[in-house]
Design a protein around this ligand. Structure first.
Ligand code: AHM
Ligand code: MG
Length: 337
């Protein structure tokens, strides 16, 4: 296409810039792009067919599973298995990791951690949801069965990561550690087209995103930071605006473009917060850091966490560097996470 670069073209062009790249990762990214298009088709017609509402089961975290969660999980896993570049998958929807055993996948070097449909409580009310993915090179020997250690790697080891936002338009945003690029799905040609090259997050912003309904169970440090966000101080652009969609992908995507901070903290009842290290926090942290932002658990870099289990959770403070640093300052001074 003249003047428009598609995701597939972009991925191949990037691959040729690295003389020793074998193209496996490129093919894996294209497999994810294909699955995203299929899931997008279903998300877009969710109100028309009988896939809205609950599937009548709960997932491994005891949360209600929506039918589109099940659909997205199946589609992404099938695309990765068929593509042959992925040896196995850990998903929010599955208690244990899955290993692919077919002849092609047996030789694959990569594993994927996946949240197939994040923010799923928003599905029934026509609000943006997302898919989050994280790609690692396996650490166990090639051709041998996968082990838990292949998945319990630090986020800093990610080979690539990104998300798809099913919003007013559908976008795929990803990084391989060389900056962040965003592609918007053009429904008329069915292709993701490069629309946001070299994305960078403003150093500071005017938006803070946190579920303030939980205010009373926040730490003193976070309460004080939120008071700071609401204070009037023209030179520092305060008060900030409060924006909370309840879809992490959508909240962070907006902040990535406009500047802002997204917080899901630990609380008295849930000291590790809600969001999962492997397939929610790590990939979003990789993207945001690559765009020039910062992501910590209030003290420690998210990408340095050593996960102890597949579905481990962590508090997260992520977004514009200056805003995250300021929140950390309050946590240090008044305590908490
Ligand atoms: P999910 O993976 O079950 O959809 O949960 C993750 C979502 C995030 O997208 C969002 O930031 C958060 O849950 C909202 O939680 P809360 O309603 O507690 O604020
Ligand atoms: Mg999720």
């Amino acid at each position: 296409m003249i003047g428009v670069e598609t995701l597939d073209e972009f991925v191949i062009r990037k691959q040729t810039e690295y003389p020793y790249a074998r193209g496996d990762l490129s093919r894996l990214l294209r497999d994810l792009g294909l699955a995203a298009k299929v899931v997008n088709r279903e998300v877009n017609k969710a109100g028309l067919v009988d896939i809205l509402g609950s599937a009548g089961t709960t997932n491994v975290q005891g949360e209600e599973v929506k039918k589109l969660d099940v659909y997205a999980n199946t589609r992404f896993i099938a695309a990765l298995e068929l593509g042959g570049q992925c040896r196995g998958v850990a998903s929010e929807e599955n208690k244990d990791f899955i290993t692919f055993h077919d002849e092609v996948s047996k030789n694959a070097k990569y594993i994927v951690a996946l949240d197939p449909l994040d923010g799923s409580s928003n599905i029934d009310v026509n609000i943006s949801v997302g898919t989050i993915f994280s790609i690692y090179r396996r650490v166990s020997p090639d051709h041998s069965p996968l082990t838990l250690e292949d998945f319990l790697q630090k986020g800093s080891q990610q080979a690539a990561a990104g998300y798809i936002i099913y919003g007013s338009s559908t976008m795929l945003v990803y990084t391989t550690g060389y900056g962040v690029n965003g592609f918007t799905l053009d429904p008329s040609i069915g292709e993701f087209c490069l629309s946001h090259p070299n994305m960078s997050i403003p150093k500071t912003g005017k938006i803070y995103s946190v579920n303030q309904g939980n205010f009373l169970s926040f730490s003193e440090g976070l309460k004080q930071y939120l008071r700071y966000c609401r204070e009037i101080d023209k030179p520092t652009n305060r008060p900030y605006s409060s924006r909370y969609i309840g879809s992490m992908v959508a909240d962070i995507h907006r902040n990535l473009i406009t500047g802002g901070i997204f917080i899901y903290p630990g609380t008295a009842d849930a000291p590790k917060g809600k969001l999962r290290v492997l397939y929610e926090c790590n990939p979003m942290a990789f993207v945001v850091e690559q765009a020039g932002g910062r992501a910590t658990d209030g003290a420690r870099r998210i990408l340095d966490i050593e996960p102890g289990e597949l579905h481990e959770r962590t508090p997260i403070f992520i977004g514009s560097e200056d805003m995250v640093l300021k929140a950390e300052e309050f946590l240090r001074k008044f305590g908490g996470c």
